[in-house]
Write a protein that binds this ligand. Sequence first.
Ligand code: ADP
Length: 800
Amino acid sequence: MGRSEAGHAPAATGRDARLRHFAEDLLVARLPVTVYAAVPGADGRWLYISDQVEELLGFTAQQFLDDRELWFQRLHPEDRQRVVQAEDRSLVAGFRNAAEYRMVRADGRVVWVLDDTVLEHVEGEGLVQHGLLSDITRRKRTEMLLAAHTDLLGEVVNGEPLPEILSHLAQTLETTSGAALCHLEIDASEERHAFVSRADVADGSPVRGWKGEELRVPVRDGRREVGRLVLRYPPGRTRGPADDELAASGARLASTVLERAAQQDRVATSLALLEATLESTVDGILVVAASGRIAGANRKFAEMWHIDPELLASGDDGTVMSSVLRQLVYPDAFVERVQELYSDPTASTFDELHFRDGRVFERYSQPQRLNGESVGRVWSFRDVTANRRLEREVREQTTVLERLSRQHESILNSAGDGIYGLDQEGRVTFINDAGTRLLGLPREAVLGRPVDEVIRAEDVTDDIAGEVTAEPAGEPAGQSAGESTGERMGTATRLVTGRHVRADGRVFDSERIVAPIVQDGGVVGSVVILRDISERRAVDTMKDEFISVVSHELRTPLTSIRGALGLLAGGAAGELPPRAHRMVEVASDSSDRLIRLINDILDVERMAAGKLRLRHEQVDVMQLVATAVDETSPLAHDAGVRIEVGAVYGSVWADRDRVVQTLTNLLGNAVKFSTEGSVVRLTVVAGEWQVRFDIVDEGPGIPVDQLEEIFNRFQQVDASDTRSKGGTGLGLAICRGIVEQHGGDIWATSAGPGTGATFSFTLPTGPGGISRRGGSHRTTIASAGSVSTVLGQHRPGTAP
Ligand code: ADP
C-alpha cells in the first residue's frame, strides 16, 4: 500500500454507476477482506478502499481517503522501513507481492495484515496497485507460539536456567500480543518466582496497583495451579479478540516448559545416579551398541583392562580391541565367543577370561533392550583372581590336611595302646587298630556308640562317661583334706588304673588315660588311651618274688660279714695297720648300707604281704614330731637347711616307731633335696577323725607325671639320685605301706620342677579309723596350675 491520497470512490453516473454500486455494495461488501486500489510511489494516493478497513484498523475508509499520511502513521514502527523498501523495489507492472506487516489500530492494538497486491498499468491512470488486506493476527500468533515452543524446549534441553527461559516466554508473549506487559508468576513450593517480560519491571513495581485492564490465566502442573500468566494493558487500551486464546496458549506453553524442565531434572538426576552407580561398582562395565561400537564404559573397566579412558571415549574400537586381545591367554577363543554372541543378540553369557599376567576375570554379558528391541550388549567383568587363588589354596591345604590326617591315622594305628576319640556326648568317633584288638570288637561295632558300652570297666562305679563328658559330680567327700587342693576335673587329664572287660568276657588289668580335647577354651571331645598292663603286673610280681628271695638269702651272711668287720675294726684281731683299718671301715659302712637296703626291701615285702605288724596305741602328735625332728636335725645341720615346725597338737592311733620312721623319711627327703639356706616346714592339721601332716620344702619339686610314680619301689625322679643323694628308692614305698596300713592316705603335690614339693599323709585319731572311699587308684594331673595326687585304697595285688 502506499502513502497515497485517494477518494473513497470517484463520482460516476448512469449504468456505470449502477454497476459500480452493485460491485461495491453487494459484492465487495460481502468479502471477508478489505479491497483497495491506489496509485503507488512517492506521490501516490488511494483510488478506492472498501469499508471492511474499519473493522481491520478502526479507521473508516473515508478517513484514509482524506488523510494520505494516515496509513504510513499506523504502520508498526518496526515494520515501516521493510515495507517501504519492498514497495519501492516493486514499481513494475505485473508485479505481484504478498507482504505481511503489523498495523497499529485506532485503539492501539497491533494487528498482523497480509497485503496481497498486484501492479497493473491502467489507461489514464498509469501504474495502479490493487489488492486485498486480510487480518492474519491469529495465524501469526500461532506461528510465533510454535516457534517459541521449539525455542523454549531447546533451551530446556540445553539446560538454560529456568528463570531465563520463562522470561523469554513472557517477552515472546508480550511481543505477540502487543499488550503492554506480560507477567508470569510461578509459585515454587517455598518462594514465589516472578518472571516478567522486562528487566526494568522485575521488581514488580509497575505491576502493583495496575490501572489498566488485566487478563489472567492460571498456569497448571497437571491439575494443580502452580502460577499464573497476566497480560496487562495500559489505561485506555483493551484486549484484542484473540488475546484470551493467546494467554491460554502462553500458559499452556509455560506448563510444558515447567514439565519438561522437571523431566529434564529427573533425567539428569537418574543419569547422575546411574553414573555414580556405575563408577562405584567393583565390576568393569562396557556397553557396546548393536553396530559393535563402544557406547560407554566405566572407569573401572578402563582400569581393569589397562585402557586409556580417553581412548575409550574416542570410540576407537579397533585400538581398544587389539589392546584387549594382547592381554589374553586365549585371544582367539575370545574373538570367537564375541562373534557367536553377535549372531545371537538375545543370549546372555557367563564365562571366564584368563590373562597373560595371571589374572582371571569373570565375564557376564546381557543384551541391552529398548522397547523390547535388542540395541546392544552390556558386558561386565569381575576380577576373581584373588577368589581363584584362595580356592586353589584351600584345595591344596585340604589335600595336605587329608594326607596329614591319613598319616596321623597310620601313626595312631601303629601304636600299641588302644586310642579312642570321643565327641562331646562321649560317643566314639575314632578308634585305632590296637583299640579294636583290645576290646575284641570290630571298628564298625564301636564307632558312634557311647564309650561306656564299648570300653567296659569291671567295676561298675568306674565311670568313663562321667570323665569324658563333664565335671564328675560328687567325688566322695571326707577323704583326705588334701584331696580337694587344686583339683580341676573338667579340663584335667586323668590316669586311672583298673580292670576292663573284653567283648569275649575276658578281664585284663588296665591303665586308662582320659584327656579332654580343648578348643577355644571349651571341651569339644576327649581322647581315651587304654593300655593292657597285665603283663607288666605279672613281671612286677615275678620281680618282687625274686627280690624277696634274694634279700632273705643275703641277710644272714651279710649280718655275719658286718659283725666280723666290726670286730676287725675294733681290734679283735690285733691292731690293724692304718691303711687296712681305713679299708675295713669302708667295708663296714658299705655293709651297713647294704643291710639297711635289705631291711627296707624286707619291710616293703612284709607290707605287701600284709605281714607288717603294728603296735597301735594313742600317741601324742607332739612326741612323734619332736622325735622325728631330733633325728633329722644333724642331717639338716650338715646341709645348712632349717626345719620349721608349726603348731602341733592332737593325738593319733598309731604305731609310734613306724610313724616316726615315716616322718623321718619324709623330713630326710625334704632336707636331702633342699638347697643350703632354704627351709623345710612341718605342719599338722588335727581334725575330728584324722590328723594330717604336711612336709613342705623349697627344693626342685617333682615333675607332674612322677607324682605317683615316686611312691613305687625303686622309683626315683632321676636315676642318678642314688649316687648323688644316697638312697634306695624304697623310702616312699615304705612310707606309703606304713600309712596305708594305718588306714591313712599319703600323697605328694608339686606345681612342677623348681617349685618345691609337699608330702602329706593322714592318720586316724582313734581305733575307728578314717572312713575310706572305694574305687580305683586315681591320679588327676591338672593341665596347669597346682597339682595333686590322691591315692585311693590300693587293690590287692597292686600294692607294693
Ligand atoms: P630315695 O631313698 O631315693 O630318696 P624315696 O622313695 O624316698 O627314695 O624317694 C623316691 C624319689 O622321690 C627320690 O629319689 C626323689 O627323686 C623323689 N623325692 C622324694 N622326696 C622328694 C622331695 N622332697 N623333693 C624332690 N624329690 C623328692
